[in-house]
Ligand binder design. Structure first.
Ligand SMILES: [Zn+2]
Ligand SMILES: [Zn+2]
Length: 353
């Protein structure tokens, strides 16, 4: 049986990033699996803001040096297993996270696997096959329940980041929470926050995004291209006090600063959106000190949150489908990325090899 499933070809079709806005569809060698590794036949890969950034700048300081295969949100079917793999067999439907922690370092020992010193990343979701390394097979490769499609499953990774951030922000029921930025991540925050009983004020700069925020349950939407956004948000909160919590999901100097202006005394800001490296932002020390503002930030996910994300999709607690606005063949990846860069109103596109 296992022999039947084995790939007999040498090459596969994959997207290779060569540099700034230069992605080519090529024939590359199919990765060979070693002990503990799994080869997955990709059924769906989702576009992501991080991939767009990488495509626009041509590299990623921590993750991608061109020429390289890329893409990191994926689901598929086990094609081949390496020696010693016991939990998976060929034919199983699976979702893989894009990294695996080492379980041995200072951070892993403290349940901070997202900050693991030896975090092993994978790239190459925009391809026919991907090799899942041993650390991910062991901790972050999950079998899909029958009712979860490949498209929905591929959303597990970004959703895990969002779930972890919401947990770490420590939001009380009934809190007013501002979410700045209505890209896919911001919209995920809106949906998760509504489900746990927050009052949500959504800020976005495009009408299509704001309409989406409404369908996800936002109580108020604010067009962030208008002047005095901070004041507009304060006006919505009772007594112009400011919001209990502000989550920033853009990653820019302006929006990080806006976040500080929107929070009430004693409130919490979560700076979730990563700014370009080297960005420095001035702090209003009076505001931070005398208003007792807590500033948090969150990066990445842990194996527990990957499981929670899949569970939320499986139980229908999170409506993953609403974030996937289209489907395209792998050959069209370049034009899809160009379209997304031009902000055509799409959220996530499922890329099918
Ligand atoms: Zn992503
Ligand atoms: Zn570690």
């Amino acid at each position: 049986m296992r022999e039947l499933m084995k790939v007999t070809r040498e090459k596969m079709t994959a997207a290779v990033l060569y540099g700034k806005r230069d992605v080519r569809i090529e024939q590359v060698p199919i990765p060979r699996v070693g002990p503990g590794e799994v080869l997955v036949r990709i059924k769906a890969a989702l576009t992501c803001g991080t991939d767009l950034k990488v495509y626009r700048q041509g590299f990623h300081a921590r993750m991608i040096v061109p020429p390289s295969v890329f893409g990191h949100e994926l689901a598929g079917v086990v094609e081949e297993i390496g020696e010693g793999v016991e939990s998976f067999t060929p034919g199983m439907r699976v979702v893989s996270a894009n990294s695996g922690p080492c379980n041995e370092c200072f951070y892993c020992e403290r349940q901070l696997a997202n900050l693991c010193e030896n975090l092993q990343f994978i790239n190459g979701a925009y391809a026919e096959f991907i090799k899942i390394p041993e650390s991910i097979v062991r901790q972050n490769l999950l079998i899909l329940p029958e009712n979860v499609s490949f498209h929905e499953a591929a959303l597990v990774e970004p959703l895990a980041c969002v779930l972890r951030a919401v947990e770490k922000t420590e939001i009380e029921e009934g809190n007013t929470v501002v979410v700045i930025g209505m890209g896919p991540i911001g919209l995920m925050f809106v949906q998760v926050l509504k489900a746990q009983g927050s009052k949500v004020i959504a800020l976005g700069n495009r009408s299509t995004q704001l309409a989406m925020a409404k369908t996800m349950g936002a109580d108020y939407v604010v067009d962030s291209t208008r002047s005095n956004v901070v004041e507009q948000v304060r006006k919505i909160t009772s007594g112009m006090r400011g919001a209990d919590v502000v989550i920033e999901a853009v990653g820019s100097k302006e929006t990080w600063q806006q976040a500080m202006g929107m929070v009430r005394r004693g409130g919490t800001i979560n700076l979730f959106g990563g700014c370009p490296s080297g960005t420095h932002i001035p702090l209003d020390s009076t505001l931070i000190h005398y208003s007792e503002i807590t500033i948090k930030a969150n990066f990445h996910h842990t194996p527990r949150h990957i499981r929670e994300a899949l569970d939320a999709i499986h139980r229908g607690k999170f409506k993953a489908k609403s974030l996937i606005t289209g489907e395209e063949h792998l050959a069209a990846l370049g034009s899809v990325l160009e379209r997304l860069l031009n902000r055509n109103g799409d959220l996530k596109i499922a890329i099918i090899p």
